[in-house]
Design a binder for this molecule. Structure first.
Ligand SMILES: [Mg+2]
Length: 372
């Protein structure tokens, strides 16, 4: 089997609002083969820059469009192709964008492998640790503490027993920050888990004060309170509190995760399959976390392609903690992009069992939303 075509499709809602919502557009990677098998993947990063890295021309030995250098290769050779792509993008690709773009291709290659062998990706990864994963409803905070409490009640009514709220208005003031957590806990009740995503708003000492204040409301974890590059701040924070500290969605490539784990001393390693380097890299990150006694969770705020990938990965590692799941269904793109959708069942998501990723693109949605 040989790779015959690699493309990045940019899909976008007719109106994209300036708000914290990465579900308004999507980059889908499609890899075709001479066997008639097509694999899909996703990248959650700067859309047209990703498209450029994937579809761009061969420039020279260490700067080459990723598609150009894997054409004609055997898609089963995922490990080899990962390093081939890495070596072809040393300037733009050691961290960030190049690794993000590789993630979508790697994901599509694993989808092809699964379809070719008639097995779900988790089985190819040697998984089978679980056939369902506990999930949390992932949401932004309401505009006020009271609205946040109301949202928490709604998620309970939808059957979730773990809920995460994140970003603005967290960081406005000590009083608001504490009220947001208090009302979230009040809306959720005592018997559910509350996760807080601060959204990069504090320095280490402020984060430590907040962690201490939030502990009274029994939070499950405190996510990304600091600038992603503040590894020393993460260390001070983690060493100073018994609240679990979660981070990782800004990292790409296992070497940057090692910084976060060994310097930052975080507790929960969050991995976005559409950014970290794909399945090939995510498995290594989970191993590095396990070696250090750490647990892993996915990060995902985009489409069901990302959700499916996360579920295959979480089923394939020993140290999976919980799965992020965007519960709001109003984003048309997410609901229509794939023929399959995922739904919470008693607070869990079932691991896909169909060959490959187990999700197929809806051609009508692609035709409707594709802009590049
Ligand atoms: Mg987050």
């Amino acid at each position: 089997m040989k790779i015959t075509k690699v493309e990045a499709l940019y899909l976008r809602l007719p109106e994209v609002k300036e708000q914290c919502d990465s579900g308004q557009d999507a980059v889908v990677v499609r890899v075709e083969t001479d066997a008639g098998i097509t694999g899909i993947g996703e990248v959650d990063s700067a859309p047209l820059a990703v498209k450029g890295i994937i579809e761009g021309p061969y420039s020279h030995q260490i700067t080459a469009g990723l598609g150009s250098i894997i054409l004609g290769e055997d898609p089963m050779e995922t490990e080899k192709l990962w390093y081939k792509m890495y070596d072809a993008n040393i300037y733009a690709g050691r961290r960030g964008l190049g690794i993000h773009a590789m993630s979508g291709i790697d994901m599509a290659l694993w989808d092809i492998k699964g379809k070719a062998l008639g097995m779900p990706v988790w089985k190819l990864l040697g998984g089978g640790f679980r056939n369902r994963v506990r999930c949390y409803a992932s949401s932004l905070f309401g505009d006020t503490p009271e609205e946040t409490g109301e949202l928490a009640r709604q998620f309970r009514d939808m059957g979730f027993n773990a809920v995460k709220f994140g970003w603005s208005p967290m960081g406005e003031s000590e009083a608001t920050d504490i009220a947001l957590v208090r009302e979230a806990r009040r809306g959720l009740g005592a018997d559910a888990d509350l996760l807080i995503d601060a959204g990069l708003v504090w320095d280490a000492k402020t984060a430590l004060q907040r962690a201490q204040a939030f502990a009274e409301h029994r939070i499950f974890w405190l996510e990304e309170p600091l600038r992603a590059d503040d590894y020393e701040g993460y260390r001070k924070l983690s060493e100073g509190t018994s609240v679990r500290i979660a981070a990782g969605e800004e990292e790409s490539n296992r070497l940057s995760y090692i910084e976060l784990m060994d310097r930052g001393k975080i507790d929960v390693v969050q991995v976005d399959l559409t950014r970290c380097g794909g399945f090939t890299e995510a498995m290594k990150i989970a191993s590095l976390a396990w070696d250090r006694g750490l647990v892993c969770a996915n990060h995902g705020f985009t489409t069901y392609i990302n959700v499916a990938a996360a579920l295959h990965w979480l089923a394939s590692i020993p140290n999976a903690l919980i799965c992020e799941f965007v519960a709001e269904q109003e984003t048309n793109l997410r609901e229509h992009l794939t023929l399959q959708r995922f739904r919470n069942r008693d607070g869990y998501l079932d691991i896909p069992q169909a060959p490959g990723l187990g999700v197929d693109l809806n051609p009508e949605a692609v035709a409707r939303y594709r802009v590049a």
